[in-house]
Design a protein around this ligand. Sequence first.
Ligand code: PMP
Length: 362
Amino acid sequence: QAVAGVQKLSPYVPGKPVDELARELGLAVDSIVKLASNENPLGPSQKALAAIQAELPELTRYPDGNGFVLKQALANKFALALEQITLGNGSNDILELVARAFLAPGLNAVFSQHAFAVYPLATQAVGAEGRSVPAKDWGHDLPAMLAACDANTRVIFIANPNNPTGTWFDQAALEAFLDQVPEHILVVLDEAYTEYSAAGELPNGLDYLSRYPNLLVSRTFSKAYGLAALRIGYAASSPVVADVLNRVRQPFNANSLALAAAAAALTDDAYLERSRVLNDQGMQQLTAGFAEHGLNWIASRGNFIAVDVQRDAGPVYQALLREGVIVRPVAGYGMPQHLRVSIGLPEENQRFLEALRKVLAA
Ligand code: PMP
């Protein structure tokens, strides 16, 4: 029998795969629009693809267990020391490493209502208590999260921007929060979507590491860098925290194709900028469409947006599937009337808006 913490878990529900829906509808795979998993619709950077090609002859060898080349590239780009960096099999791996290293039965982690599902999953899987703090205007209520901490709190998970709401907090709010978090608590600042904001639009978590030794910033190559399939993310923290994570990490948690592709992707600023601009345009296209349909949405700084369909969103999701459009229901996040839709290519956004119009009018 599974241990108590695991018995209470429900598994993470991913976006429905394109080929599965294509099979169900008897349609070609390329006729399906998938805007369900916050993926980059541009596909990966050409530089990343070339790096993967170059790495293929080496598949028989284990990857570099220390990820030296990627860590060096990250250290150079962000002015970090190698000892501050931890690589993960996706940033989910980082979140799990934190839970395994810092949480246990009798301890607790604090996160927000409507926050990323892996925070409670990782917390409960190690038998710790997860404390979900009511959101404010769909976003994190940072003062209330502070108030929810006690002597047994070891981790606070915050996301900027947050998934699935897209909400964010500014520099003043983050600083006021970090100033007040007791030193025995590790703050995990999840910046999975930070690259979708232009410089200065959001606080840069990396700027705070030297001031707050109990801060860890997690990031990923799955979103703006377009490498979700490879599973590669990273954490920047104090060397002390990185050393702890390194002890619980699997020896080869980041694979060699991912290491090579991520290092190459970091050099492709033009690709990143194209991704950001496309995202801004898609966001405008979707919000204009929602306004036309008379729908409300939650303002988002991610590559996705939560729209209020003003009814139980489950049947709307199902009806959209029958139109060949996959989005994400978020009832499991306490948002039963919202659908989360990822920003796609202009024609994909258009297909979604047309399908939504049809489904809501039916
Ligand atoms: N954090 C947030 C807020 C996310 O939305 C996601 C992806 N859905 C992740 C972390 C994990 O992404 P990955 O494991 O692909 O890096």
